[in-house]
Design a binder for this molecule. Structure first.
Ligand code: SF4
Ligand code: SF4
Length: 227
């Protein structure tokens, strides 16, 4: 079993921190919106980690129902690093046991540039099509793709072009009304990083680095991550 904490040295350091600092006061559990699910709460998770029962945490549903909101950590009088602990537990679960479609989405994003695998030509066709429809309401409107020097680089939740394309137009109408300078990249435009949610740091980094690459190459000033 791989230790929950990333190295033996780190494990000793953090385990000792929990052991020495956690008062078992339960303040973290009191503010947690998912306390009690699977019989766990953040205080109990800390106790399991202190006792070396890492696999129980990894196998549990709790790290996945945790919203990573950070309320527990914010409330903890001893500064225990609860969010890192919970996210590490997600990252240490075997990838084929990651709940739902999350890991498939990560792989899809790494392979195609978005979580649901929309091909580039379909994406561009959709932007053009919806843009033309919107131009009937907003004269001169078109979706600016790969526009170098735009002020704003806009990423998109793939759920929208996949199932709710109209939702993209809410942003576009605001940009139009504000006279904003903006652009959408033709590749690697996914705005939802499931590497973050699944504790997959390598995927997280790769997906972020692609967005940064777009941002630099298109010489934008701001990045919009609507999700
Ligand atoms: S709030 Fe902090 S000190 Fe109190 S039980 Fe939770 S982790 Fe331990
Ligand atoms: S970060 Fe997770 S464990 Fe902590 S309060 Fe939020 S939901 Fe609960």
């Amino acid at each position: 079993m791989e230790p929950l904490l990333l190295s033996k040295r780190e494990r000793r350091k953090l385990a000792s921190k929990y052991a020495e600092l956690c008062l078992t006061c339960g303040t973290c559990a009191g503010g947690c919106p998912v306390s009690g699910i699977e019989g766990l709460d953040p205080r109990k998770v800390v106790r399991l980690a202190v006792l070396g029962l890492d696999q129980e945490i990894i196998d549990s549903k709790f790290p996945w129902v945790c919203t990573l909101c950070g309320r527990c950590e914010y409330a903890c009088p001893m500064g225990v690093d609860l969010v890192t602990l919970l996210r590490s537990a997600r990252g240490l679960r075997d990838r084929d046991k990651v709940p739902g479609v999350l890991h498939k989405g990560v792989e899809m994003c790494l392979n195609t540039g978005n979580n649901v695998g929309i091909p580039k030509e379909d994406f561009l066709f959709l932007l053009e099509d919806i843009g033309a429809e919107l131009a009937e309401e907003l004269p001169g409107f078109e979706v600016p793709v790969d526009q170098k020097g735009a002020r704003l680089l806009v990423t998109i939740n793939s759920k929208e072009p996949f199932a709710e394309p109209e939702d993209m137009t809410f942003w576009w109408k605001i940009f139009y009304a504000a006279g904003e300078s903006w652009t959408v990249p033709s590749e690697n435009w996914e705005g939802v990083n499931w590497g973050l949610f699944t504790g997959d740091d390598a995927a997280l980094k790769e997906i972020v680095s692609r967005i940064v690459k777009n941002y630099k190459e298109l010489e934008c000033e701001y990045l919009l991550l609507p999700e």
